[in-house]
Ligand binder design. Structure first.
Ligand code: SF4
Length: 364
């Protein structure tokens, strides 16, 4: 075990993986990077990390942000529950801990949205606590080194691999070791093309010896994704006296994906191809529109357990009196807001809608 850790530590000195959050031992920055990188590739997450530390340089800044500001900064990353958890935890740290980040694994684990991996990463990188991390890269390296065929998504698998990595962890060098084994999985012992021939761990690698490298790790496929059909209504109201068109938007509710983000009024049904009529639109939203809605754009987005098929229909509102109380400000008490194209740019939207806005509505 010691020899494997030593080889990994030596190997890590030969690489240059200069990621911005590796330059700091500030637990707030490490926490931000770890939450942003959950379910997100490094190349995609890095600009978000840089944006967040600029917009919210301390945990107090993050705690003081409005949900709108936070969602706008988070837009495009998906899994918005991560942003909500960040915000909730930042407020707790700012209010109840006087802005001081918790400093032990057990305390960090109490933060919302922080699981064993993230708590171990922060505790080891920021505070040097002897806690071993277990992420997808570490699972892959261990499953090959020890030729383990237990499903890494099962609770049994998680326990088994955690015990092994705990054994491997050299005491007093947790930050260096955790970084080394994650980098080794990300850069060397990669999924499809690991360079086994020249691998410094080849002599210790049971999967290499047994010819099972490409069968490790074992990951049982989860069930089929659910298909959902969202029909969005881009309802515009050309204003007298100015050239702006105003669009109707609403905030999504808490109980479904993308809670707290904005959307055009939407009907969900079970049939992608079914065209939604003017009458259905009136029934669903209690809104009168001129002419039948016209289908103008289609796209889709794949989430972890769902595939969203989105259709966008354009139509003109006949009047707004029953819809919004004050159509020119953001403080209206109605559920709907009427906003100009310029105002739309400042809101947080799900990726399918942002794509529509970028490709179609806000092209100039
Ligand atoms: S020999 Fe191949 S499979 Fe084994 S640790 Fe090295 S790169 Fe990974």
């Amino acid at each position: 075990m010691h020899e494997i850790a030593d080889i990994l530590l030596d190997w890590s000195k030969t690489i240059d993986r200069d990621l911005p959050w590796k330059q700091t031992d500030d637990p707030y920055f490490i926490w931000l990077s770890e939450i942003i990188l959950q379910q997100t590739r490094v190349a995609q997450g890095t600009p978000y990390y840089l944006k967040f530390i600029e917009l919210f340089p301390t945990v107090q800044h993050l705690a003081a942000a409005t949900q709108e500001e936070l969602y706008k900064a988070w837009e495009g990353l998906g899994y918005y529950s991560r942003a909500r958890n960040l915000h909730a935890s930042a407020k707790i740290i700012a209010d109840e801990f006087y802005g001081k980040f918790p400093s032990t694994y057990d305390d960090i684990l109490q933060l919302k949205g922080v699981g064993p991996y993230t708590a171990a990463a922060i505790a080891s990188f920021a505070f040097g606590e002897d806690k071993a991390v277990l992420d997808g890269n570490v699972f892959r390296v261990l499953s090959r080194l020890f030729d383990i065929d237990t499903d890494i998504l099962s609770s049994q698998g998680k326990k088994e691999f955690q015990l092994i990595v705990n054994e491997l962890l050299p005491r007093g060098e947790s930050a260096e070791f955790n970084q080394a084994i994650m980098d080794f999985g990300a850069l060397y012992c990669v999924g499809k093309t690991p360079d086994c021939m020249f691998c410094p761990l080849q002599q210790h690698c049971l999967a290499y010896k047994n010819g099972s490298v490409h069968e490790r790790p074992v990951k049982k496929k989860s069930g089929k994704k659910r298909h959902r059909y969202f029909h969005y209504f881009v309802l515009g109201l050309p204003q007298n006296g100015d050239n702006d068109t105003y669009y109707l938007v609403e905030k999504r509710e808490d109980k479904d994906i993308w809670a707290g983000l904005y959307q055009f009024p939407m009907i969900e049904n079970q049939n992608k191809l079914k065209h939604i009529s003017k009458i259905e639109c009136k029934d669903a939203f209690d809104i009168s529109i001129i002419k039948e809605p016209e289908l103008i754009y289609e796209t889709e987005q794949t989430l972890s357990h769902q595939i969203i098929h989105a259709r966008f229909y354009q139509a003109e509102l006949s009047n707004t009196h029953s819809i919004v109380s004050d159509n020119n400000n953001n403080n209206n008490t109605s559920d709907y807001k009427l906003l100009t194209e310029q105002n739309l740019k400042a809101l947080g939207f799900p990726r399918v809608i942002r794509k529509f806005l970028d490709d179609f509505l806000l092209t100039e």
